[in-house]
Each structure stands twice: as C-alpha cells, then as structure tokens.
Design a protein around this ligand. Sequence first.
Ligand code: AMP
Length: 396
Amino acid sequence: MKILVINCGSSSLKYQFIDTETEAVLAKGLVERIGIDGRLKHTPAGKEAVVKEESIPDHNKAVSMVIDALTDPEHGVITDMKEIDAVGHRIVHGGEKFASSVVINDEVIAAIEECSDLAPLHNPANLIGIRACQELMPGTPMVGVFDTAFHQTMPEKAYTYGIPHEYYEKYKVRRYGFHGTSHRYVSGRVAAILGKPIEDLKIVVCHLGNGASVCAVKNGESVDTSMGLTPLEGLIMGTRSGDLDPAILQFIMNKEGLDIDGMMNVLNKKSGILGVSGISSDFREIEDAYAAGDPAAKRANDAFVYRVVKYIGAYAAAMNGIDAIAFTAGLGENNAKIRKEICEYLGYLGLKVDDEKNNVRGKEVVFTTEDSKVAALLVPTDEEMMIARDTASLVK
Ligand code: AMP
C-alpha cells in the first residue's frame, strides 16, 4: 500500500510517502510558514529536492500543494492522487481514550478534540491537518497514530502524581508520556537486533533530541516514562527544563514579576540546555564550546548526562534490571561522546562500551563489548514508518 504520513503543526506540515510493501520512502517533504508566507520543500527518493515559495494561507492549500508535488509529472512519484491508499496522521495527545492507533471517524475526531485541553499547542493543529486531508481526499481512509498511546500500559503507580486524587478524577491529571511511537519502534528493533523475543526483555529507550524522554519497556510494554501530563517533565531538553521543584515557579515569579504564562514560557522556551549554558539549545554548539573549555557548556553537558543516568537507574530499579539500553533521535544517533558519557556511569550494571563500535552515526549497532552484561545500542528512530505500518494494517 502507498501511505501518506502527515505530521501537522500549527504553521508547518511534514510528510512522507511510503510504500509499505517494500518499506521504501518514495518522497518526503516539509511545508513551512503556513499562514505567514509559504515554502514547500519536496524531495523525491534519489532525486534533488525542489523548493516552491508561494502564498500558503492555510493547511488546505498546504495539503493540496503536497498532492500536487506527489503527482507532478517531473518530480512526482505517482500519476494520480487515487494512488494514495490511505493517510496516517501523527497525533500528539490521545489522553486515556487511545491505547493504539485507530481509523479516523467523527467519533475519533470528537475524542481528539476533547484531548485538546491536554495539548493545546498540538492537537488543534493535528485536527486542522486531518480536516484539510478529508476535504481534499474525500473517501481516502485516514488513521490516527498517537504519541501517548504506547504508554497507556503504564501501571497506575507509575502514572499517579502525588497530588489530590480528585484532580485525576475531575481532570485526568496523570502521567501520559510522549514519543510513544518512537519508543515502540526502537524497542521493537532492539529485540530484532538482539534476536530475542521482546516479551523476554527489559529495555530502556533514550530518545535524545531537542525534546527528550526515557522509557522503560518491559516485555514489550511501556511501564514508565519521563515525560508527564505534558512534554515538559523529565530530562533537561533543548529549551525545556524537565523536572524541577514546583516551588521554584512561585519563587521566580515573585522575584521577576512574572505571571504564570511568562513563567511557563521560561520553562518551555528559555530553559534546558539553552538556559543552563546561555549558549544554544543545539548540542553541536555546546560540544564545540565545551571543547574550547567553556565552563557553561560543560555545566549544561554534565547536567544533561546526569539526568539521563538518574532515569536509567530509576528504571533499572522499576524493572528489576535492564537487558538493553537504546539511544535514538538527533543527539542519541549522532553524538558518540554523549552516549559514551552516559554509559560510563553504568559500569555498576556490568555495561562495557566498545569505543570503536560506538564511533558511528545514524545506523543500527550494538556498541558494547562481547562480555558486557547489558547491551547498549544505537537505533535510528523511524516514527513515520511506524505510522505507515499502523495505517496500512488498519485500513487493509
Ligand atoms: P532532534 O530533535 O531529534 O532533531 O535532535 C536535535 C539535537 O540533535 C540537537 O541538539 C543537535 O545538536 C543534535 N543533532 C542532530 N543532528 C545532528 C548531527 N548530524 N550531528 C550532531 N548532532 C546532531
């Protein structure tokens, strides 16, 4: 089947067009600056990217440009939009309603709308993408794949916060977790690479990108993860604070004269690696500054690594041991130094890094020694392939 995978943001739309029979990515692209001015970058497999700059006032126009690009006689990959068998949409928050991917219908749309409260920046944009596709491709089946779904197996003790239970009963305040599609894909690959049934494995997946989260996967199920009600909790991220003493909010708000929106803006956009280093949210710049002896870069680097290590330790306790640790996403896939620094803390688990094997980027590898008690792996994530697979299997 040929599946169009859509990841729709408020002013952008990423897409991949995937043949699920061969798992080949036939084309991919990005529409940016929707509602501002407009730019589409379309890359057919094995060919140069083409860029189109024209007015893109809304997502309907963005979707119609994607269809035009896919069917273009010169750089298209199909001759007619009827060759798009189905569309898979990435949806950020499925609340407690979705524990797996679903075929989108009116009821599902209403349920996604209900979850918008929990992800006010993301779910409304995802819905705009769904509606634009429905309008332009009536009759083409659509599937929703949720970032939160994989974590719905978490036990109550892992998703419960230490606050009055009435807030869960009234408002569903609990840990949900995100990056679920990535954690599911990567943990599946770990089992395949190690040649063991996933039902017999205790895996920690470290999704380390600009947004970052750690997930404990026991017997193929997420049993705990570092992001919470929102993607603000957990690790120190590019610009997000991750875990902190909640009383810090009131303290800083009083000192700085900030209201709650201003404070949340600091925690989401001005904190993390950017805030701690004062240099950048991009780890490449942190690495360069660190190498040049900048103490602020070292502070950010070390705090980031330490937080990841603490979560791995917590999940070793939660699962009563670890068989494998996998690294993925921008930083996890490209930064051998960070992987090594994290693993150096894990000697107590019997984990031993093979430096030569670790010295790679973006390809699947087990980078621990033969006698290491815990396997460490680099596994490039592929959320789009997962969305395409789910979509194909649900609409078949
Ligand atoms: P992501 O959000 O998954 O794109 O990851 C972003 C983070 O990964 C940034 O901190 C980048 O520094 C890092 N990153 C992404 N690509 C590369 C690369 N090719 N080489 C080194 N670091 C990278």
